[in-house]
Design a protein. Structure first.
Length: 338
């Protein structure tokens, strides 16, 4: 997921580099004439040029630390802050990104400055499996930002992944982040700091968000809520077999409950009525599993899902068709995308 790379901030900060470069070359010198804009001391300009010329991020941070200590009141500081934040975002190794991010915060501890690199820290913590730190940093970062989407999506999906691995420590807050992200995306509330292309890509995550939040609802013992979310996910992305497999699982649980009740009832009209309802529910399970099988069949990435679904689908189809699988493949094929 690109979300973990948090492209919008990298793109935004790349524009800062352009501004920063112009300040230390053309504009800085040009501001001394007709524009009457403030000038920068020549010593500061040289220091900034030396920083930019440094060959790696560590060297740039050494130069930045020297600059900040030597020129604490420099008017170039805002540009320097964002330039160095961009250096952090440009790193791909999570260990290095985390180390440089922490160095950045030590150098620029003011909350407004530190916030620039917190998404990079959250991303690194997640990639390194340090989820407690990721969620702690995320809570701080999101506390006063009602429009932020990318970090909410990142934490929501990471939390759902943990839930699937039976780690429910962050389940509640992950669900909250996911719900808020869905709300913002559906309302088309693009954050002011995000470019249009990134926002379009962010909106494509809506079906997977619904799906993963449904998994959280299932683990939280709320199948009705999960069903609503999965139906929305399936509508948004009808090509994803997982949605229909999960919907079939929810319906199957309803069927199993009815089946147990039917077996425990004496012969009566009530039993026959409940049996009819159970069979209708089972037919719905068959339909949902058939749709999942149709979308998964022949695709290596979905083979485990296909095998699992086909096991129950075959048994249920035989039960409803006089112990025969005749017509099953044709039924599945009917749900394949043309």
């Amino acid at each position: 997921m690109k979300t973990s790379s948090l492209r919008s901030r990298a793109i935004l900060l790349c524009s800062v580099i352009i501004v920063f470069n112009s300040l230390i070359t053309t504009n800085v010198l040009g501001w001394q004439d007709k524009s009457k804009k403030p000038t920068f001391p020549e010593a500061e300009i040289k220091a900034v040029k030396a920083l930019e010329a440094a060959t790696d991020v560590s060297a740039k941070f050494v130069a930045a630390e020297v600059f900040v200590k030597k020129y604490p009141a420099s008017k170039l500081r805002p540009q320097l802050v964002q330039y160095m934040a961009n250096q952090v975002f440009g790193l791909t190794d999570p260990n290095q990104k985390l180390a440089m991010g922490q160095k950045y915060i030590a150098l620029f501890p003011e909350p407004a400055d530190a916030k620039f690199v917190q998404p990079a820290l959250i991303d690194s913590y997640i990639k390194l499996g340090r989820f407690d730190e990721a969620f702690d940093t995320g809570a701080s970062y999101l506390a006063n930002d009602a429009e932020e989407v990318e970090v909410r999506v990142l934490l929501a999906l990471s939390g759902a992944d943990l839930v699937r691995k039976q780690n429910v420590k962050h389940m509640k807050v992950s669900g909250e982040y996911g719900a808020k992200a869905i709300e913002l995306i559906e309302a088309d509330k693009k954050p002011t700091t995000m470019d249009n292309d990134t926002w379009v890509k962010e909106k494509t995550l809506l079906p997977i968000l619904y799906q993963q939040m449904a998994i959280i609802s299932l683990v939280a013992q709320n199948p009705s809520e999960a069903e609503v979310k999965l139906e929305k996910a399936a509508k948004l992305n009808p090509a994803d077999p997982f949605n229909y497999a999960l919907l079939g699982g929810i319906t199957n649980n309803d069927y199993q409950t009815m089946a147990v009740s039917v077996r425990g009832m004496p012969d009566s009209k009530s039993k026959q009525d409940l049996l009819a309802r159970a069979n209708q529910t089972l037919d719905k399970v068959i339909t949902q599993y058939a749709r999942a099988a149709a979308l998964a069949e022949g695709k290596p990435q979905y083979k485990p899902l296909y095998d699992q679904v086909m096991q129950d689908l075959t048994a249920y189809y035989k039960y409803r068709h006089n112990n025969s699988v005749e017509g099953l493949q044709k039924y599945i094929d009917g749900y394949k995308t043309p």
